[in-house]
Every structure is written in C-alpha cells, then in structure tokens.
Design a protein around this ligand. Structure first.
Ligand code: PEP
Ligand code: MG
Length: 891
C-alpha cells in the first residue's frame, strides 16, 4: 500500500482501520504523480471526478462542506513518498478559506481570531509553496514571499510589543491578512486566489511539483531514492490546534529516537499548528514528566496540562507500536480538548537507538531475531563505531553552551555559518560545524557536508534533528545561548564572539558545546553491540574476510569479526611504516641490468617478504589468508622526479643518467593495462619464484612452530588459464623444494583474481587450474567501463548528476553491467569446478547493496577493509534473511 499511497497515506488508512481518531480524507496515488509528470504537468482527465467524489465522502464524515458558506470544511494537502523524506516536500494547510467561507467559519467557531490566524497562515504558506516555489520563481536571497511576509508579521509584533504570535489580536491578524494579500500581488504579480477549489487544485499541483523541488532532489540523491517513485497527496480535513488554550499540537515518538530508551517521548505546543513545533519557532513543551530535560524542565508537560488527552494518546501510541511492531513517530492535534491523529510512521533513529530498540524489542518478544537483524541499517553500524569526544579531555574543556542532544557522537570543526561554507570546507577536507539560527530544509546539502550541526532554535523533533539523526550525524538543536550574525560572519556564544572559521567541539549525545578542539576517541566496546552481532552471525551464511597486510590490521579485523584475510597485497610492504629496507631491495631488483643481478636482489628481498607473511599468518592462525602476488607496475616503486632520481643515484653509487635511463625504460603509456599482475611473473619468472618461496617458507616455519597457517596464493590480473599454468610450474617446483627442506607438508590453495572481463568469459578454463576465484571488482569495473579508477571522479560526478549512471560504480557495484560478468564468471567457473570457492576483494566487498548482490550471485565470502567488517557481516545476514527461500519446497 505504501508504494501507492505513500507512507503517510498508507498509515493514515491503517490508523482508521484500527479505529483511531483520524480526520476524514483521501489519498491521491503516487501513480497519479507519475502520470502528472508524464503528461507535462497536467492532471489525468479522470482525477477531477474522483476527487469530487472522495471529497463528498469526507464532507459527510466531518459534517461540513468544502467551500460552503455556512459550515465550511478546511483541508490540507500533504505530500507522502514511499519512503520518508522528512521536510523535503511541501504541504499546504488551511485550504478553503476565502471571502465566501470566512464569515461562516467565524460564526460556526465563534472564534474570529482563530479564523484570521488560519487565514494568514494559509496566505503565507500558499503564496510561498504554490505561487512561488511550484511556479519555479527564484527570488534573490531574502526577497522570497515567505521571508517578506514573515518580516511584516515580525514588524507588527515589534510595533505592538508582543513576544509571541499568540499575542496577536483578531484585529492585528485581519489587518495582516489584507496587507499580506497586497504584498502577494506586488511581489508575485497575481492575486492570492479567493476560491476554495482553485486553492485545492493549486495545492495538489504544488505537492506533486515539490517531488522535483531542489531539496527533494538532493535528499533523494543522498538517500538513493529513485526519481521515478513520485509522491502521493493526502487531502485531509483540517483539525486545529490553534483554537485557543484547550487546543494544542505535538510530535511524539513511542521510544526515544536518540537513545532508544523505552519511554514515550515528544514535544507539544499549546494553541499552535504542527508547523510551529517542527519549524522550531517556539521552544516546545515536554510530553511527560519523565522525559523532561535541562532546557524544558520549567515547561508544563501534556501529562500534567491535559491528563485525560495524554492518557488517550499514550494508549494510542502503545497500540500503534504493537500493531506496527516498531517505534512510531506520531503527529497529533488537540482541537478543543479532542485528540486527533494526523500521522504515524516508523520513526527515524540514530544507530545507537536502532541497536537498543532492536535488542529491547527482541527481549520484549515484540519482534523475532530476523526482524531485529533487519532493524539496524548497515551504515548505522558505522555510526556506532564512530568517534566521540574523549571524556577526559572533555572534562577539562570549557563548556560554553548547552542545547538539546539531537544526534549522537562528537564533532570538532570550524564554524560554518552557511550551507555553502560547510560545503566549501568539506570539499577542502576541512572538518566543520554548521551553525544556524534555526532548522531549514534548504540546508540539507550543507548539513550533509558538515561534521556536526548546531542550531539556536528548534526542538528534538525539528527538521535538523530528524535529518541529522537519520544520518547518525552529531547534532545539537535549541541551543539558546548562541546568537548568530551572518552579516558580520560571527556567532556570540555565552557573551563571547567567535568568527566563522573558529574551532568548536560538540558532544551531540549530551547537547554540550565547547570552545576549541577536543580530542576525539573511538566509541568503546559496547556489550549490546556484541550481543547484536552474535545474532547477526546466527543468520549469516556468507563469510566475511578482510583486506589487510599487517599483523596490526589483521588483529583489528579479527576483533571486528573477520573470518580470514581475502586480500593481502604483498606490495603494501613497500609503502609506509618500516618500508625503507625492503623498498631498497625491491629497487635494486627493478633497476637490475640482467637476470643475474635481479636474482641477487630478489634473494635479498625474500626474507622481508617471508617475515611480513609470517607475522600476519601468525595473527590469523587457523584462519585462511590469501596472499596476492605483486600486482602494480614496477615504475610505481621508483622515483619519478629528477631530484629524487639524483638522490637514488647517489645512494646506489650510480650515475644519474644511468638511473634515469633505466627508470625511463619502465615508462608505459597505459600502465594500468601494462606490465603488471601476472604479466610481471611471466616476463620475470624469478619475481614470482621469490614470492612463492617466501610464502611457503613462512608457512613451513609456522607449521614447525605448531601453528596452523592456512595459506592461499592468488595470481592477479589473469586473462588465460595458460598464465596460471605457467606460474603453477614454478609454484610446484618451489613447493617441493620447501617441503623437502623443512620436512613438513605444506597445504595451500592456488587461485586467481578475476578482474579483467576476458577472465570472466573463459572462467571455465581458468577454474580447471584455479582452486578459488576472488573478484577484483575495482579493476573489473575499471576495465569494463573503460574508466580510469584513479582519475575518473569528475566524469563520474557528471554522469551521476546527468543520470547516465545511477551511482559511482567504484563504490556500488554496477549490477546491470559488471554484475553480469560476475555472474557469468561464477557460473562458468563452477561448471568445471562445482565446489569452486568464490569471493570478492574489491572495494565493493564492504558496500551493503553490492554485498546483497554477491550473496545472490552465490559467493562464499566478501572481503573488505577492517572497519567495514561489522557492516559487511550485517549486510550479509540481511541479504540471507531477505532472500531466504520458504520451506515449501516450491521455490
Ligand atoms: C581489485 O582490482 O578489485 C583489487 C582488489 O585489486 P587492486 O585494488 O589491488 O587492484
Ligand atoms: Mg586489481
């Protein structure tokens, strides 16, 4: 139902079925939106009749009539996509107020102030959403109609000395409505429509068009929501939280969305409409006594202020959680003491909350193990492993302000006062904190680019809080101690001025702001996390290994649950820590004049390879370790600048010209397609011989010391079985020699990477010799697309924004193209070796969407960087659960 009615429409229908108090209404489907776009922004012909009929039914339930002079029904038009896009699309409220209906509504409610308040809200919202945004009008910064009307409202408040919107009198509001209409004509060149039906169709059209609004598009890009889905429009009778002090509106969660604590949690405002809570215009009151915090402890809770309504709401939230078996995010309105449910949806939550809720609900028997596993998104695990402020350093730091803890973890960075600045910093890899007056959906890209978010206004359910939480980003809202002056590029915190670019630190779990940078540390081992991962592994069938080439990384990966090493890149010992000595030997080998010289250099290099292999094999004792023979082109290991070449010449006691000549001889026009991988071993067999010897000897030594090494040797960049056979002759010879020398039997597997399209096409032949395949999807993507993996970013960015490709194929496997080769390779490989072990060790091995594909392709394991291991474990378990066959035997 969600696909057709959007999340909002579907859940409203569900609440109706459960007998909950929902205002009458109907939903126009997402299909209609798709039609609307196909028809060049025209409504399908039959829509008008269907809307009229549905409206008649809603009128009958509410006992009012849309556009009627005596008992006018007001309605809202709300957006709702299949998957929640909080604040990214438009809503229009109070539709139906016009010269014909206003007197009747005043008579009916006996509350003219309320009617004019609703009318001024309608003019503000409608002129902004329908007349400006949906018409594609792009005003200059600060000149938009909404800003102008807000300013007019503010001026009246200042002139009259009012503190709050609720101080405005009937007369004030009436005059404002007239002034607003005048300004609308002036700015937008046409009058605000004084006809209920014109308003209704304007509203429906604007909601459809907001699917393609800038913020919605950016949000979809970030969240990978397809452009084709479209939004539904729910047209629903209005109920009012702004009818006086016996009316209210609020937003609530059936459990705490930041921590997962099992307490009904939320915010409400008396005499207000929903937008007031979400927009952060007024600081909202707490819902109940037990969830009050430092910022709102002086405010009246709903539990105390309206105990009967609170009880009813509490029962409803319990019922909803039981029904949906998940944490619900609820919007409600109290009109003149009567509770109405406006929305419920599965609530967004931080990674920590997702984990805690999944485990709590499992223990409460609300959900089963599989559901618990599905409840935490793999990317949320990243967040759990995310850094926090070092508590010791935090104790010593100076606290300058407190706000609401809206998004977890810590963040340290330079102050950015605009989204643009945050994006600019991000591009330069400068950590930054986006500091804003209030929450604004237009800031979505800046929020994404920021390392942390701090706002002066807004509550825990404000837009910034919702979005940041969804992303697991550190965020503090409602921090009233900060005053921002964008024009001056500064922010005053606790009386002290900070410039844009000054560094501050945030503790998003507490809501505390510090000046200067505080040290960050990784979140410590969380027992809940361990318990969850155990359950995850119960449901996982595909193995998870890691790409690691040092004992430290290997140990780290084991701690994260890695079951082996899927890729040990031998050449990594020539980069980074302790690489000088082996690199010097390698360079001797590269610069050798002839085979004898090369063998001498290789003999000196061999002990280094042996030691590197042995160290990591020891840590991985009993677990498989795949060593990949040296892969990169040799020129990568020799200096390219004249200065460095001169230094090398001096070091080697050789003439500069001679060194230069030998290095120049290594030059290739397309080195990625040149002398690398197995080709190195074919052209210089002594290079692979040395590596084989080092690996077998390391293994033999460990066997003699009582360890249980599980050696796997992998040949890179293979295109033909003949290459494998060629290298295997050398391998067999060395293997025999080592076994004889050490007097032990050395078991090992001999396999290959599959990373060139040709290899997938002849995989059946390759598998005759290869005992395992590991897909190198980095190179396979490079070679299939013909995209250079090292410098393709600009092209990929444009291709993604032009929708030529859906995503960066180096991050998420191109299932449509490269995926076919992977499937073919596995299929062919297993025709000649049915039990062929298959894995992947390209970057895609840590990407959840790709992992599901690898699972379906029948891989035995994925291999990824140590920090991604938990993410891969969860993604693999979820893939198994999602794609489980039923027990019926029919599928
Ligand atoms: C690959 O190509 O996917 C791979 C793992 O090898 P490398 O990244 O070392 O080329
Ligand atoms: Mg490769």
């Amino acid at each position: 139902m969600k696909n057709l009615l959007g999340g909002k429409g579907a859940n409203l229908a569900e609440m109706c079925k459960l007998g909950m108090p929902v205002p009458a209404g109907f939903t126009i489907t997402t299909d209609t939106c798709v039609e609307f776009y196909k028809n060049n922004l025209q409504f399908p012909a039959e829509l008008k009749k269907e809307v009229d009929e549905a409206l008649l039914k809603a009128e009958a339930v509410m006992n009012m009539k849309f556009g009627d002079k005596e008992a006018p029904l007001l309605i809202s038009c709300r957006s709702g996509a299949r998957s929640s896009m909080p604040g990214m699309m438009e809503t229009v409220l109070n539709i139906g107020l016009c010269a014909d209906t206003i007197p009747g509504l005043i008579k009916k409610t006996g509350n003219p102030r309320f009617v004019y308040d609703a009318y001024r809200r309608l003019i503000m919202m409608y002129s902004d959403v329908v007349m400006e945004k949906s018409e594609g009008v792009e005003p200059e910064e600060g000149k938009g109609i909404r800003v102008q009307l807000d300013k007019m409202l503010h001026e009246v408040k200042v002139k009259k000395g009012y503190k709050s919107d609720t101080d405005l009198s009937e007369e004030d509001l009436k005059n404002l409505c007239d002034a607003f209409k005048g300004r609308v004509v002036e700015v937008l060149g046409k009058p605000f429509p004084d006809n209920a039906y014109e308003q209704l169709w304007g509203g429906i059209s604007a909601v459809f068009k907001s699917w393609n609004g800038k913020r919605a598009i950016s949000y979809r890009r970030i969240e990978n929501i397809p452009d084709e889905w479209g939004t539904a429009v729910t047209v629903q009778a209005m109920v009012f939280g702004n009818m006086g002090d016996n009316s209210a509106t609020g937003v609530a969660f059936s459990r705490n969305p930041a921590t997962g604590e099992n307490k009904f949690y939320g915010e409400w405002l008396v005499n207000a409409q929903g937008e007031d809570v979400v927009a952060g215009i007024r600081t909202p009151n707490p819902l109940n006594e037990s969830t009050k915090n430092d910022q709102n402890k002086h405010l009246v809770s709903l539990e105390t202020g309206m105990p009967v309504v609170y009880k009813e709401l509490d029962n409803i939230q319990k019922g909803l959680e039981k029904h949906f078996r998940d944490m619900q995010d609820i919007e409600f309105t109290i009109q003149d003491g009567k509770l109405w449910m406006l929305q419920c949806r599965t609530g967004k939550r931080t990674g920590l909350a997702a984990l805690n809720m999944a485990m709590d609900m499992l223990h409460e028997n609300l959900i089963d193990e599989k559901t618990a596993v599905m409840r935490v998104a793999p990317v949320q695990l990243d967040e759990l492993l995310h850094p926090i402020l070092d508590p010791k350093s935090e104790q010593k730091a100076s606290l300058v302000a407190r706000g609401l803890p809206a998004g977890p973890g810590g963040a340290v960075g330079k102050i950015a006062l605009t989204s643009e600045k945050a994006m600019e910093y991000n591009k330069l890899h400068i950590k930054n904190i986006l500091v804003r007056e209030e929450t604004n959906p237009e800031d979505v890209e800046g929020m994404r680019a920021a390392n942390g978010i701090l706002t002066a206004r807004g509550g825990m359910t404000s837009h910034a809080a919702l979005v940041a939480r969804g992303w697991g980003k550190c965020c503090i809202v409602g921090c009233e101690g900060i005053k921002i002056n964008i024009a001056k590029g500064e922010v005053v915190i606790d009386g002290k001025t900070y410039k844009e670019g000054d560094v501050i630190s945030l503790n998003g779990s507490k809501g505390w702001v510090y000046e200067n940078a505080i040290k960050m540390i990784d979140a410590t081992e969380n027992p809940r996390f361990q318990e969850f991962m155990k359950i995850v592994d119960n449901h996982r069938t595909m193995g998870v290994r890691t790409n690691a080439d040092t004992p430290e990384d290997a140990q780290n990966a084991i701690n994260f649950g890695a079951q082996g090493i899927g890729l040990f890149r031998i050449e990594h010992m020539f980069y980074g820590k302790n690489s000088e000595a082996p690199l010097a030997k390698l360079r001797n080998m590269i610069l050798a004049n002839n085979t004898e010289e090369r063998i001498i250099a290789l003999n000196e290099l061999e002990p280094y390879i042996r030691e590197a292999a042995k160290g990591t094999l020891k840590v991985m004792d009993g677990k498989p370790l795949t060593f990949r023979l040296m892969d990169p082109p040799l020129h990568e290991f020799v200096p390219q600048t004249e200065e460095k070449q001169r230094e090398l010449a001096k070091e080697k006691g050789m003439a500069f010209e001679e060194i230069k000549h030998r290095i120049d001889a290594l030059h290739e026009v397309n080195p990625m397609m040149g002398l690398r991988g197995v080709r190195l071993g074919i052209v210089y067999p002594e290079i692979t011989e040395t590596q084989f010897r080092a690996l077998f000897e390391a293994t033999a030594e460990l066997l003699k010391e009582g360890f249980h090494p599980q050696l796997e040797i992998m040949v890179p960049l293979t295109i033909s079985v003949k290459e494998l056979k060629h290298q295997k002759v050398i391998c067999d010879k060395v293997h025999q020699e080592v076994e004889k020398k050490f007097g032990v039997k050395v078991d090992y597997l001999y396999g290959t990477m599959i990373e060139i399209p040709r290899a997938t096409l002849v995989a059946d032949e390759i598998a005759e010799v290869a005992e395992f395949f590991s897909f190198g999807t980095n190179d396979l993507t490079q070679m299939t697309f013909g995209f250079s993996r090292d410098d393709v970013n600009a092209i990929v960015n444009t291709y993604v924004s032009e929708k030529i490709i859906p995503a960066d194929p180096f991050n998420t496997l191109d299932q449509h193209g490269v995926g076919q080769l992977v499937n073919l390779g596995i299929q062919l490989g297993r025709t000649s070796r049915p039990k062929l072990k298959v894995g992947v060790c390209g970057e895609h091995g840590g990407d959840p969407a790709s992992i599901e594909f690898f699972y379906k392709a029948g891989m035995n394991y994925v291999s990824c960087s140590p920090f991604r291991v938990p993410v891969a474990r969860l993604a693999a378990a979820q893939a198994a659960i999602k794609n489980a066959k039923c027990d019926c035997g029919c599928c």
